[in-house]
Design a protein around this ligand. Structure first.
Ligand code: 5GP
Ligand code: MG
Ligand code: MG
Length: 174
């Protein structure tokens, strides 16, 4: 069984989320954005982020992608398990909310799915990024923090559907 090592504490996460909400409020002052969360991993982050934002949010939408299966290494194949509802992004200021950008494959799939609906603008907000693992380049407009090449769990992020409930973020080590 893998060992859990604390990587980002509950307090540190709260500070990151507050800072991201501040940046979004600053940039979306006169707009009412649509937030699109990528399930399942982003649901805790999304829930905390929206409650720190002052900006009126027009709509919160969800899509569900799967890339990992039960392994701790990305399969490289992104499955769209639940697509974006037709037209919700059209002419809207859309912010995509991601838990982690790792290879970038699922995030770029999600961005494309939004882009084809012709949004007024599209930005990406991600809590974590692992740039050393990138396979396709993804521009992250609002980033919580960069981490090394470690497999993390907690704060909505799972290993084989477990550990999502942990309030902090841990690295799993053998
Ligand atoms: P990507 O398509 O960028 O390789 O990976 C995107 C998704 O893979 C993330 O949204 C997340 O769900 C999952 N993933 C990437 N890195 C990790 C990790 O360190 N731990 C866990 N549990 N999932 C990860
Ligand atoms: Mg994700
Ligand atoms: Mg997962």
């Amino acid at each position: 069984m893998a060992n859990k090592v604390l990587l980002i504490s509950q307090q540190e996460i709260a500070d990151l989320v507050k800072r991201l909400a501040y940046e979004l409020d600053r940039d979306y002052r006169d707009r009412t954005p649509v937030l699109v969360g990528v399930l399942k991993g982003s649901f805790v982050f999304l829930a905390d982020l929206i409650r720190q934002m002052q900006t009126p949010i027009r709509n919160i939408e969800l899509m569900r992608l799967s890339s990992y299966g039960s392994a701790t290494v990305s399969s490289g194949e992104v499955k769209m398990l639940m697509g974006l509802t037709l037209g919700v992004a059209t002419h809207q200021d859309v912010i995509l909310i991601e838990d982690i950008v790792d290879t970038g494959l699922s995030t770029s799939t999600a961005l494309q799915a939004i882009q084809i609906q012709n949004p007024a603008s599209l930005k990406l907000c991600a809590l974590l990024s692992k740039p050393s693992r990138r396979q396709v380049s993804v521009e992250i407009d609002y980033l919580g923090v960069t981490i090394g090449d470690r497999f993390v769990v907690g704060y909505g992020i799972d290993m084989d559907e477990q550990y999502r409930q942990l309030p902090a973020i841990y690295a799993l080590e053998d």
